[in-house]
Design a protein around this ligand. Structure first.
Ligand code: DX5
Ligand code: ZN
Length: 230
């Protein structure tokens, strides 16, 4: 199994756990300490909750130079890609379960100029992704069932991350990163990275923390313990 290099670790606070009236302030506070901002889009259909839309992406775009990582938990996400890209999304991930035409949807994301990701629910296998992904794309492994922040990390996810990592390496896709999302914090980041994750999304454990900057540093320290230096 290929190991994750220290330089590949990315800390991605999710805005979902922030006080919604303070999002700009939380971003300003975190900007120098993190790598990417994760924005959760929920449509009330694919997941039983509603969160942010394109106007939020547009509003926060000028507040940071960090990439905006838009996680579309919506049915038929192909309908929304261009709108989120125009609003300022740099990375766009769609759920494999949410579209009948995953390859086309991922191509549309890439053609828009955004980095493309495929998100997998806990029960979804990576089979078939070799026909969809290319170097530079990413896989978002859900480590909770999507829809809500603050849930507990599903323990079987370590095996899932390792299985996806193995699958990608065997398919010649060593350049495809794994992002983990749900219940991730300083207590399990090291084990996630040891299993093959490079991008760590954290809502409750960073933007929901009393001291988000200290929490971001603690998460990075935990993650770096599992990396190789090259
Ligand atoms: C859940 C979202 C997550 C959420 C994570 O459906 O995709 O990005 O913000 O929140 P925590 O880190 O609190 O589990
Ligand atoms: Zn998310």
């Amino acid at each position: 199994m290929s190991e994750v290099a220290a330089a590949d670790i990315k800390i991605a606070p999710s805005l979902l756990a922030a006080d919604k009236a303070e999002i700009g302030a939380v971003m300003a506070q975190l900007d120098d300490h993190i790598d990417v901002f994760h924005i959760d889009v929920m449509d009330g259909h694919f997941v039983p909750n509603i969160s942010f839309g394109p106007s939020l992406v547009e509003s926060v775009r000028p507040r940071t130079k960090r990439p905006l990582d838009v996680h579309l938990m919506v049915e038929r996400p192909e309908r929304w890609v261009s709108l989120y890209r125009e609003a300022g999304a740099d990375w766009i991930s769609v759920h494999a379960e949410a579209t009948a035409h995953l390859e086309r949807t991922v191509s549309v994301i890439r053609e828009s100029g955004a980095r493309a990701g495929v998100a997998l629910n806990p029960a979804t296998s990576p089979d078939g992704l070799e026909f969809v992904l290319r170097d530079g794309d990413f896989v978002l492994v859900m480590t909770v069932n999507p829809g809500f922040g603050g849930q507990s990390f599903i323990e079987a996810s370590y095996r899932k991350i390792a299985a996806v990592r193995r699958y990608l390496d065997d398919a010649g896709l060593a350049g495809v990163d794994i992002e983990v999302d749900g219940g991730v914090g300083a207590g399990n980041a090291e084990a996630c990275v040891a299993a093959g994750a490079a991008v760590l999304v954290a809502g409750s454990s960073i933007t929901g923390a009393e001291d988000p900057v200290a929490a971001a540093h603690a998460l990075r320290e935990s993650a770096l313990r599992a990396t190789i230096n090259d």
